[in-house]
Design a protein around this ligand. Sequence first.
Ligand code: ATP
Length: 364
Amino acid sequence: DGPDATLKAITTRGISKQFGTGADRVMALDNVSVEINENEFFTLLGPSGCGKTTLLRLIAGFETPTSGDIDLYGDSIGHLPPYKRPVNTVFQSYALFPHMTVAENISFGLEMLGKPATEIADTTERMLQLVQMQSMRDRRTSQISGGQQQRVALARALAPHPRVLLLDEPLSALDFKLRKEMQLELKRLQSETGITFVFVTHDQEEALTMSDRIAVMNEGRIRQTGTPREIYDHPGERFVADFIGDSNFLRAQVINRQNDTAELELAGNFRLLVSADPADNRDAVNVVIRPEHALLGGPHQAGLPGNLQQVVYSGTDTRYHVALASGESFVVRRQNSPDAPPMPAEGDAVSVLLNPASLQVLDD
Ligand code: ATP
């Protein structure tokens, strides 16, 4: 079953966290309110220092908020020490016990909880299967690879069946290929166990690949929350558009407004109608266009006139860097394929062709 939006696993209400005082004061989190659904793969995404880890540590109970409240399943958990919260954490450094075997690492936490021996054996077996490590059960964790250690760390964290699993950049130590594999594996583990995952990353592609929903953070605040598609296709502001995926930003004059449409004029007197918020009364707006949502045409086609400055081939696709007549720059990306029609060359006059659906008006 997918996420259940009627049941909130975690609710934070106006959480702020300040470190230090006076000149050393850091506002790591500033009035953060977020709702994470039961059974959801929820990702906190943002640049280094934006407060992701701090929010995770507050949920886990390793830090206390300066102000605000956190509920787990409708109950405030502010007063509960970490070990009494139905939450487990997987850290960036897996922190496995090197002198113990794979199986012992997984069963250790269950033993600490005083579970009966048969239950420990059963659960450990199930966890070994879940992360496909049965054949390595008796190896010491110092004798297995990074990806295998990652699997053991996950199995260990999942074994007590926490209601919520917090994951702090757990894939960052892995190489590119293994990372891609583990992304899919984590997604599978989440849907098989039905445990709510709160995942922290600064890698936008990772967030888009794995998440049911993403909260994009910057400077201690949540800037936008939505599904990967909502965030990518409809970024509300420049920071989000810029942080997730490649973007072209253009300035547009609003020539005319009628109910929920606006006529925009972009560089080179190119006009088009877009849907717009009827309450918006700005004379000029910023718009964002993804490089793969624009096409390159000949110089006399209806589009933004410019000159093709640079063609950059990168295997799967090619990027065409255009200097627009307005002085703005624009990148068009096209997927490479053997039967693609011929494209203009560096130095050619071109136009950038846009359709209204490719263009998103930003709030800021
Ligand atoms: P990264 O991706 O680099 O781990 P992050 O988004 O997880 O970054 P946090 O670790 O939450 O960011 O840090 C948020 C801000 O709070 C940063 O400016 C950081 O320097 C500061 N900070 C975090 N922990 C402490 C602390 N214990 N004492 C003082 N400042 C801290």
